[in-house]
Design a protein around this ligand. Structure first.
Ligand code: KDO
Length: 330
């Protein structure tokens, strides 16, 4: 019978000295994300998260959006078709408009501020809603970096000092409304497009530019098909490590604690690696012939913040929340 067989298997496993679950018994944790395997978040998940849960879970990441298209992962988790993703506030804002506060330009100040906000009680209601209504648990916050404007045009062809200089510039932004609004707030003409299509679009001139942190510009080799980077730092970008709530509920308390710690440790390792890259990569990019310079950042900040505050987005932000977020920064 099945019971007898299972008991026999358990005996043979313990005879072999193994206490860990066999591969067949392990919980499978498939993660889908558009990031490449060499992106620092991916490296941290593979090298830190996976091994830390290996006793009871088989971590199976799918990078480059090969399992699910960018932006469809949350729904896949909600429908029990996927266990994990590295999601964004922009994607969550599609379901819960109040998440747009974390997508607004010039709100988060730096990596430490992101962590302080995520771990503060002000996040409790956000996390709870995502669990209750989407069946997704947000485990930890990952640092993507300061997003910069990266264009095909040389500085001679177009020098960008203020948002007005971006008028008519066809800027690829990721594909949700929150991202398009940010592109408009920067003064550009935003075009939605999946991350995996951006390199070719830059190469062929289908778009004039894109925005991402410097480590992404290097990792995705956008420097091969662009000529300048304007250091607007318009969004200190974050991601959340997302796990199916159903999977979470199926874990023992010890396993839950291990998953939580693995996620926090991976986020921290990825954050430190990404911060270092952000600093180190300026000279690498310059060696590749990129022109990198600071615009009038105050002009960008004023316009972006002003546009958000006047927008419908701000109408969905809980009263006093922006002040609480600001108070957790410098
Ligand atoms: C992008 O599409 O530009 C973006 O940077 C958006 C982020 O939220 C994140 O999903 C990221 O892509 C991917 O992980 C690829 O690095």
């Amino acid at each position: 019978t099945f019971v007898a067989t299972a008991a026999a298997l358990a005996v043979s496993a313990s005879t072999l000295g193994g206490t860990a679950a066999s591969a067949a018994d392990k919980i499978k944790l498939r993660l889908s994300a558009p990031a490449s395997a060499t992106d620092q978040r991916a490296v941290a998940m593979t090298e830190v998260f996976g091994p830390a849960v290996a006793d009871f879970a088989e971590f199976e990441p799918h990078w480059n959006a090969t399992l699910f298209k960018q932006g469809t992962e949350l729904e896949a988790i909600a429908r029990d078709n996927l266990e994990m993703s590295i999601t964004s506030a922009q994607e969550l804002a599609v379901f819960f408009p109040e998440f747009s506060i974390f997508t607004a330009g010039y709100v988060h100040q730096d990596a430490a501020h992101q962590v302080a906000v995520f771990n503060n009680e002000l996040m409790d209601a956000f996390k709870q809603k995502v669990e209750d209504e989407l069946g997704v648990k947000l485990l930890s916050v990952m640092y993507l970096g300061r997003r910069q404007v990266n264009l095909r045009q040389s500085k001679d062809e177009l020098t960008v000092k203020t948002p007005e200089d971006l008028a008519g510039v066809n800027l690829r932004m990721p594909g949700t409304d929150a991202w398009q609004f940010l592109g408009k707030a920067l003064g550009a003409n935003p075009t939605p497009m999946a991350f995996t299509e951006v390199y070719t679009a830059l190469q062929t001139g289908a778009v004039d530019g894109q925005d991402n942190p410097l480590p992404t510009v290097v990792d995705a080799k956008f420097y091969e098909v662009t000529n300048q980077i304007i250091l607007t730092s318009h969004l200190v970008d974050l991601n959340y490590i997302a796990l199916s709530k159903k999977v979470w509920d199926s874990l023992t308390p010890d396993q839950q604690a291990a998953v939580q710690k693995a996620a926090d440790d991976a986020a921290e390792a990825g954050r430190q690696a990404q911060l270092k890259k952000e600093e180190d990569l300026v000279s690498f990019l310059q060696e590749q012939g990129m022109e990198i310079y600071e615009p009038d950042v105050a002009a960008f900040r004023d316009r972006v913040q002003g546009m958000y505050l006047e927008s419908d987005y701000a109408a969905n932000w809980p009263d006093g929340l922006l002040e609480k977020i600001n108070a957790l920064g410098n």
